[in-house]
Design a protein around this ligand. Structure first.
Ligand SMILES: [Zn+2]
Length: 420
């Protein structure tokens, strides 16, 4: 039995006495805060919290948080952190004037990552992804989703998903795995794309499910990638195998991807840079979460998703990093929160809810993560001294995450808190 006590917390953020599973619309601005508070963890879980006047006298570990705030760990529900190489040469091509789609047509983009991944060993991919996982834990992330999708062949997709399984086995934070065989059509299938769809449905999905390698199935439903009809076929097949959908939609145009995800009962539809009334209307009538990835819009210079209109329409907006080598080479959730405020006009309170509780819901982890609540995982971070909550997105270039606690233990960098 071990206990950890944080005392004199200036503000305990997202402290729930009434458990919520998701926060929608106008409720998003109503972030539960407790000032001058304590937080007690016991055996890895949150045991109690409350005003300092009720603080317990002692614990095995005691941390003082005078002038500092405590946040539940970020919940990053959309990443691609298993990859073989960075792609800064394409970044320079874009500076010189090529678009993301032009680069993709010339064999760059996802197909470039796929070639490099196919050549990489499972062990090397695992080592690199482990380092990225440590990096994002250091930014305060306490739950994460990771996708395949740079394999694009049976063997390489399985290799990626096995890397994610190895990460899951030792990670101090929960990981959800998503099968994204339909990330792009490989070059050799360009003239016979229906054969690639068949490969996904008849060979990849059964193999992924036989090894229990995925929690979700994703499709990049967008112009130049997979059509609404192809997306429907793949997601229906995934559903027959018991895999729920989480899809990429409406990043490059009004393609019907949002509606295709909703029709398949997707947990979330992600990206949504191109969202109009029809998409908002469809989301309002569903339980599918809209997940926005502003660091991708920032990096690619594409329009930002209309978060303000979504929230005003009563939707439960989610924020995630989309950490990947092509369109968002950053896994820093604090930056995503800042961009949501600066570029999408979300209030700091709304952005924090979107990056914690709603992110947890987008991974079906809302019962254990996403807020400070009794019985949830004691996985949170203590900030550097901050004058106010809004200071976090305002000081967007400052690393304000100071001390990280995972499952009731202080995290001291790579390999600390590693499951044995
Ligand atoms: Zn993505």
């Amino acid at each position: 039995m071990s206990t950890l006590l944080v005392r004199h917390i200036k503000t305990l953020v997202q402290a729930e006495t009434q458990l919520r599973s998701v926060v929608k619309g106008s409720e998003m601005a109503d972030l539960p805060l407790l000032h001058d508070a304590y937080l007690l963890a016991k055996d890895g879980l949150i045991e109690a919290f409350g005003p300092m006047s009720e603080c317990p006298a002692s614990a095995d570990t005691v941390l003082d948080a005078t002038g500092r705030m405590v946040f539940p760990g970020w919940c990053d529900s959309h990443t691609h952190i298993v990859f073989a190489a960075s792609r800064e040469e394409e970044f320079v091509s874009r500076i010189r004037g090529l678009s993301y789609e032009e680069i993709a047509r010339q064999g760059g983009g996802i197909l470039n990552s796929a070639r490099r991944l196919q050549a990489a060993s499972e062990d090397q991919l695992y080592e690199d992804a482990w380092q990225r996982l440590q990096e994002v834990i250091g930014y305060g992330t306490a739950a994460i989703e990771i996708k395949s999708g740079y394999g694009l062949s049976l063997e390489s997709e399985l290799k990626m998903l096995r890397v994610i399984r190895r990460l899951k086995a030792v990670s101090p934070i929960p990981i959800k795995a998503t099968f994204l065989g339909a990330h792009a059509v490989p070059a050799e299938y360009k003239e016979r794309r229906e054969d690639y769809i068949r490969l996904i449905i008849n060979e990849m999905l059964p193999a992924v499910v036989a090894e229990n390698l995925a929690d979700y199935c994703d499709v990049f439903c967008d112009q130049g990638f997979f059509t609404v009809e192809e997306t429907g076929q793949i997601l229906q097949a995934a559903a027959r195998f018991g895999l729920k959908a989480k899809i990429h939609a409406n990043e490059l145009g009004y393609t019907g991807g949002v509606q295709a995800g909703i029709a398949a009962g997707a947990i979330s539809v992600d990206h949504l840079e191109y969202t109009g009334e029809a998409e908002i209307d469809a989301l309002q009538k569903s339980d599918t979460l809209p997940t926005l990835l502003p660091s991708c819009a920032f990096f690619l210079g594409i329009p930002y998703a209309p978060a303000r209109r979504m929230i005003d329409a009563g939707l439960p907006v989610v924020l995630a990093t989309d950490f990947n080598p092509g369109s968002s080479p950053s896994g820093r959730m604090s930056l995503v929160v800042a961009l949501a405020c600066i570029k999408m006009k979300m209030l700091p309170e709304e952005a924090i809810q979107a990056a914690t509780l709603n992110g947890a819901r987008a991974m079906e982890l809302e019962k254990t993560h996403g807020s400070i609540a009794r019985g949830k995982a004691a996985s949170f971070f203590i900030t550097r001294p901050m004058p106010s909550l809004a200071y976090l997105p305002y000081a967007f270039g400052t690393d304000l995450v100071d001390t990280i606690v995972l499952n009731g233990r202080v995290w001291e960098g790579p390999n600390s808190n590693k499951k044995s």
